[in-house]
Write a protein that binds this ligand. Structure first.
Ligand SMILES: [Zn+2]
Length: 260
């Protein structure tokens, strides 16, 4: 993976990160020489939590035509450190946000980059828009020496993972854990414990990871979000999510006996 210092640029257009022919996705300052100034729609610093700057390019610029859209899952899977993951996750989320928030939700005026904050602002009415973040819960339910994993319609065949869902307005994360599990597989849980969080750029989730323990009920997949759900022991685990995902971290912590 290409390394970059503070001068590195990540490029995006049309809500996607871009990569060069050699697969690199971090570019030196020279890349700007290939692009007219008018081609740069916005510059977002990644600097508060990661290195570099995201340049959002106009979709019809010549530079964009010479690059390819980078598959985000592949990029994230190739990240060799937490910092690289964070940089990619942040850049990808800003690229999508820039693409999807072009006009003010209150008055319909055009949004322009905020002059101080990592935000956009509406000139006519002054409303500020910050990058959207959607909090979600993700939970590994345990029952004795087994854990609950489920198969969702969009997973590859044979893949099982933890349960997850968006937190609703007014709801606590703990209440969302209990509700999502009840809705998706029909069981009740207790002893909900926080594990850790992960920014998940598909497209703008903040995953809050939890462990919970089975209390009552029969596994009944809802047939919509969950097609199958089963209890697995440590030595008979199915195909699991990629290691960079918090779901894999939850399963791994439980496997090592660190689920508390
Ligand atoms: Zn406005």
């Amino acid at each position: 993976m290409t390394q970059a210092g503070n001068e590195g640029y990540l490029l995006a257009a049309g809500g996607r990160l871009l990569q060069g022919e050699d697969g690199s996705f971090v570019f030196g300052a020279a890349v700007l020489g290939q692009s007219g100034r008018d081609d740069v729609e916005a510059r977002y610093p990644l600097g508060s939590i990661a290195d570099g700057t995201l340049l959002v390019l106009a979709a019809d610029s010549a530079l964009v035509a010479s690059l390819e859209g980078a598959p985000l899952r592949t990029l994230l899977a190739s990240a060799t450190s937490e910092l690289e993951y964070v940089r990619l996750s942040r850049a990808a989320q800003l690229a999508v946000w820039h693409e999807q928030h072009r006009f003010c939700g209150r008055c319909g005026g055009p949004l322009a980059q905020h002059d101080r904050d990592l935000a956009k602002q509406c000139a006519p009415c002054g409303l500020s828009q910050y990058p959207r973040i959607s909090p979600c819960i993700i939970v590994l339910v345990t029952r004795g020496d087994r854990c609950l994993l489920a198969h969702a319609p969009h997973y590859p065949a044979g893949r099982y993972s933890t349960l997850a869902g968006f937190i609703e307005a007014g709801e606590t994360a703990e209440a969302a854990v209990a509700r999502e599990i009840r809705e998706e597989v029909g069981i009740e849980v207790g002893r909900v414990r926080y594990f850790r969080s992960q920014s998940w750029p598909f497209p703008h989730a903040l995953m809050l990871g939890f462990f919970a323990e089975y209390e009552a009920g029969e596994l009944t997949p809802d047939g919509i979000e969950i097609l199958d759900a089963r209890w697995f022991s440590r030595d008979e685990l199915p195909d699991l999510p990629p290691s960079f995902a918090i779901s894999a971290m939850l399963i791994d912590a439980w496997r090592r006996g660190e689920a508390g």
